[in-house]
Design a protein around this ligand. Structure first.
Ligand code: 4H7
Length: 231
């Protein structure tokens, strides 16, 4: 899958992919990342990408021309989805992440300042996505979140060991608690059931812990889980 990140600050995002699992995914040709700077598509001599808002008010608005031209230059695949990260977008879910993972190309529009000239939305018609109800200074972090979440769904990105099917949300529950050595730390012991090698008992314990956590922390997820599992 090819990801094209449209950003005025490519260096903000480039290093993220040089580490850990996503680096491995790039080396294995499962994902490919490019950044595209709308500033390189400006048609004015000062390479201006923003201007003052019509109607007045504080701040600057991103101009349509550099974004539309950059977009038209990079859209290659007919299996392409374009996403604008914004506080006004549809909340990102595991279901949407799975849908995005079906495409061959994903273009991500990162905003700054007061946001985009509305005609960028009217022409490009991106899917507008939010990673949560809070405001950030730019769309780069949400774009990285989305690429990360989509990449780990692609065949071959996660090893057998890191497999995505045991994670929170694949079964609709939060993850159970994890422990590693030592068996006792500052007087806190690892639950005995995890040491006895009985995998049926261990799975039962973990499911019970997942359910308990979900009920306490995310009652609305727990209700959904109950319905979907006929309880
Ligand atoms: C598009 C339009 C996403 C993108 C406006 C992006 C939160 C999220 C941005 C804006 C984002 C999220 C620019 C409006 C900065 C506010 C101070 C970038 N913030 N911003 N202004 N929740 N910001 O996914």
């Amino acid at each position: 899958m090819k990801f094209d990140i449209m950003t005025l600050f490519p260096e903000m995002v480039e290093n993220y992919f040089n580490f850990s699992i996503l680096k491995r995914a790039i080396d294995a040709d499962i994902i490919e990342i490019s950044t595209v700077n709308p500033r390189d598509y400006t048609e004015n001599k000062h390479k201006k990408v923003d201007d003052i808002p019509y109607g007045g008010g504080a701040g600057m608005v991103l101009m349509a021309q550099p974004y539309v031209d950059a977009y038209e230059d990079i859209i290659k695949s007919d299996s392409c989805v374009t996403v604008m990260l914004s506080p006004q977008g549809e909340p990102l879910t595991d279901k949407l992440v799975n849908e995005f993972a079906q495409y061959k190309q994903m273009i991500l529009l990162c905003g700054h300042y007061e946001g985009f000239d509305e005609r960028i939305r009217e022409i490009i018609k991106p899917k507008e996505i939010s990673i949560g109800d809070f405001v950030l200074t730019g769309g780069e972090l949400p774009a990285l979140c989305l690429i990360d979440a989509v990449s780990r769904k692609l065949e071959g990105t996660l090893g057998k060991i890191e497999s995505a099917d045991e994670d929170s949300f694949s079964n609709g529950l939060l993850e159970y608690p994890h422990y590693t050595r030592p068996r006792e730390y500052r007087g806190l012991k690892v639950p005995d059931v995890l040491l006895n090698g009985n995998h049926k008992e261990i799975n039962e314990f973990r499911l019970e812990q997942s359910i308990k956590r979900t009920k306490e922390r995310r009652p609305e997820l727990y209700e959904k889980y109950k319905k979907e599992n006929g309880k």
